[in-house]
Design a protein around this ligand. Structure first.
Ligand code: AMP
Length: 217
């Protein structure tokens, strides 16, 4: 039976990084609701403005909108053998909707928590920078560019900070995680579908653990 892999973790836990590796190596499409919503927010209509404001404030976008996005994306042909959800579900209402969707599509859900302590999450998010040309990711604490705040591959191109990675917004996002998303751990634990991975380990080690879970699950 094909699987829907759900990565649960606070901002900075490594969901995006690991989801990209899973996509590359196991050929399960990465579905990042954050990325999809950021792209949708670039349009010039009122809905785009609403999404932009919520994302910039570090607040969650309404459930019904995100649910529609996920329904539409998971129904595509490339998700036939499963997919990896990066950033969804983030509320119990979204988790309930995912149960229905998985049942309709005859897929199993495997939830994996990426555990990372608060202090590391703060540095991973507020230190995050990216190249606006190639998208290469850096971190001023853990993976600094060779020369001050510019891309190693694109000399002279100044790295950018995601609007919601400022200290103030990160605080809001971490609080939202605690209130809205952390209860999902209990939810999946109770139905015996939760696996836990130490997200502070090196990226390749975390990936190997995830791959094992996906293959055996
Ligand atoms: P991310 O890139 O996953 O950190 O998401 C960035 C922002 O997109 C979040 O702070 C929310 O504003 C919005 N977002 C992403 N996924 C969801 C979701 N499942 N439910 C509600 N809002 C979301």
């Amino acid at each position: 039976m094909s699987k829907i892999i759900v990565l649960i973790g606070a901002p900075g836990a490594g969901k995006g990084t690991q989801a990209r590796l899973i996509q590359e190596r196991l050929k399960l499409p990465q579905i990042s609701t954050g990325d999809i919503l950021r792209a949708r927010a670039e349009a010039a209509d009122p809905l785009a403005g609403e999404i932009r404001a919520l994302q910039a404030a570090g607040k969650l976008v309404p459930d019904d909108l995100v649910i529609r996005v996920v329904q539409e994306r998971t129904a595509r042909e490339d998700c036939r053998d499963g997919c990896v959800l990066d950033g969804f579900p983030r509320t119990l209402a979204q988790a309930a909707m995912l149960e229905q969707l998985a049942a309709d599509q005859r897929k199993d859900i495997i939830a994996v928590a990426l555990d990372v302590p608060f202090e590391v999450l703060e540095k991973r998010t507020t230190g995050r920078r990216s190249c606006p040309v190639c998208g290469e990711l850096y971190n001023i604490y853990f993976k600094p560019p060779k020369s001050d705040e510019t891309c190693d591959r694109h000399r002279g191109v100044k790295l950018v900070i995601r609007a919601d990675d400022s200290e103030e917004k990160v605080r809001v996002r971490l609080k939202t995680y605690e209130q809205e998303t952390r209860p999902l751990l209990d939810y999946y634990e109770k139905s015996g579908r939760l696996r836990r991975v130490d997200g502070t380990k090196e990226r390749e080690i975390v990936y190997q653990e995830l791959e094992e879970i996906i293959k055996e699950g």
